[in-house]
Design a protein around this ligand. Sequence first.
Ligand code: ADP
Ligand code: MG
Length: 258
Amino acid sequence: MSHAIEVRGVTKAYPLSGGRERVALEGIDLDIGHGAFVCLLGPSGCGKTTLLNILSGLDKANAGTVVLRARDATLAPVSGYMFQESRLLPWLTVADNIAFVIDRRTGGKGRDTQDVVSYWLDRVGLAGRDNDYPRQLSVGQQQRVAVARAMAIRPDILFMDEPFSALDELTASKMREELLELWGEINATVVFVTHNPLEATFLADRIIVMTGSPGVITADYDVQALIPRPRDGDDPRLWEASRVAVRALRTAPGLAPA
Ligand code: ADP
Ligand code: MG
């Protein structure tokens, strides 16, 4: 069976001054199945964002290949994005921020853009906030809009770079639960970057542990088998399973002792 994402031998070096370079990723090989929720877990600076940017096409590798596929191999895959900050356009209302990406996707030919906007605003708990500007929302609400915007194009693959790490834990845990619900609804493949072992364990089917630098994959394991869905954030098995991730991070080769 074909994968949603296939990565072979990806290496990335950033040019520095004086002709030097910083190797951020080395020899990354990775296959991700359709519909999987995969977390890339690793400490700050190990190359998670670099890898996500290369997977999503926001940046180019120096060597190696990345292939993305929709489930229906005859269609080009649609990618959605979410970052640590909402990256909403401040001069557009909440509704227009979402409509903008839908129209860009459909070439403005979608007849029901407003219905789609309302549907997704409702799904993220912001019904009736259509005409607010981003600055009139809390940071958590802005991230909800970013979730709605990412979902509204029904992406085949959703790339998420620490989307909840700037939120208070109460808000973040609520949004993780909601994300899993929406993921079930849109059936997308998700690649979710985090440095938080418990977050990765709660969300993922599969955790890929990265350490660096240069960043390499040091562990890759199945959480699905350990904790069935739907998951409860208070399930003690979550804590136990997250210890596996913590150990993988601690014992990674080449890691300086903390
Ligand atoms: P993470 O997301 O895991 O924190 P990054 O992918 O942002 O890590 O960074 C990986 C490494 O690449 C780090 O050493 C970082 O300093 C370096 N790096 C990231 N972006 C650049 C850049 N534009 N130029 C030079 N070095 C960079
Ligand atoms: Mg990062």
